[in-house]
Design a protein around this ligand. Structure first.
Ligand code: ATP
Ligand SMILES: Cc1cn([C@H]2C[C@H](O)[C@@H](COP(=O)(O)O)O2)c(=O)[nH]c1=O
Length: 230
């Protein structure tokens, strides 16, 4: 368990696999059961990192290349870790984070083509020793995830056909397929931390699988501890 008694769970995968949907459902379930839950995301999660998110997802940094983007992701991550995640874990909270270091390993590293030594060095600086207790990797064919993303963007635009996609969502389908493979490879390399979950079933069925993975990591809050009983 992470320092301070909190539990740090990250959610990863390609575009449109249902990370936000599942985090929202899990947070509702855990909160109802009495856990103190923090939902956060990357890039972003702290005021400084949210500003960097806009630069990255708008595509403003793309022309500078993967190294420049990777440095921005790392700077945003370090701010998020030190300003938000570490304090929350120190306070014993359950932190549910939409993407974290594995997205950098896959998007900028394995698929982005960044020198592995740079990926490792940036990760070390960014996370400063803080690793997830558990990582859920949602898996589905890249085409199906992108269909969900396009449907979501279309609905948000009131069905007016605006593409509404961010810098990474707009990439070629072959890159999305490689990202899926990259996440599966990471999961195979670190099976104690990473759990691959089939993202295709209905949201309720996926949520049940996610809960079964996270539940054993949580502190038992069913009985009062000795020092709360007077
Ligand atoms: N199990 C599911 N079955 C069908 N549709 C789903 C399922 N889960 C999520 N969706 C829908 O798919 C779309 C994408 O879901 P969501 O935003 O949760 O994915 P995401 O992984 O967070 O996306 P992104 O990669 O863009 O952050 C949403 O419109 C959501 O309602
Ligand atoms: C943390 C992180 C993210 N990315 C990419 C992956 C996604 O395309 C976007 C984030 O958008 P989302 O809708 O919030 O999932 O950013 C990345 O390339 N590297 C990273 O470290």
């Amino acid at each position: 368990m992470t320092t301070g008694g909190g539990v740090f769970v990250t959610f990863e995968g390609g575009e449109g696999v249902g990370k936000s949907t599942q985090i929202r459902r899990l947070a509702e379930t855990l909160t109802r059961r009495g856990h103190d839950v923090l939902v956060t995301r990357e890039p972003g999660g702290s005021p400084g990192a949210e500003a960097v998110r806009h630069v990255l997802l708008s595509g403003a940094a793309q022309a500078k290349g993967p190294r420049f983007e990777a440095i921005l992701f790392a700077a945003a991550r370090n701010d998020h870790v030190e300003e938000v995640i570490r304090p929350a874990l120190g306070a014993g909270r359950v932190v549910l984070c939409d993407r974290f270091m594995d997205s950098s390993r896959v998007y900028q590293g394995v698929v982005g083509g960044l020198d592995p030594e740079i990926v490792v060095a940036l990760e070390r600086i960014a996370i400063n020793g803080l690793k997830p207790d558990c990582t859920i990797i949602f898996d589905m064919p890249a085409e199906e995830g992108l269909e969900r993303v396009r449907a979501r963007a279309g609905a948000a635009a009131g069905g007016q056909g605006l593409d509404g996609l961010d810098r990474f969502e707009k990439d070629e389908i072959e890159l999305h397929r490689k990202r899926r493979d990259g996440f599966l490879d990471l999961a195979a390399e670190d099976p104690l931390r990473c759990h691959v979950v089939d993202a295709r079933p209905a949201a309720g069925a996926v949520a049940a699988v996610v809960l079964s993975i996270v539940q054993p990591l949580l502190p038992d809050i069913s009985c009062p501890t000795a020092d709360t009983v007077r």
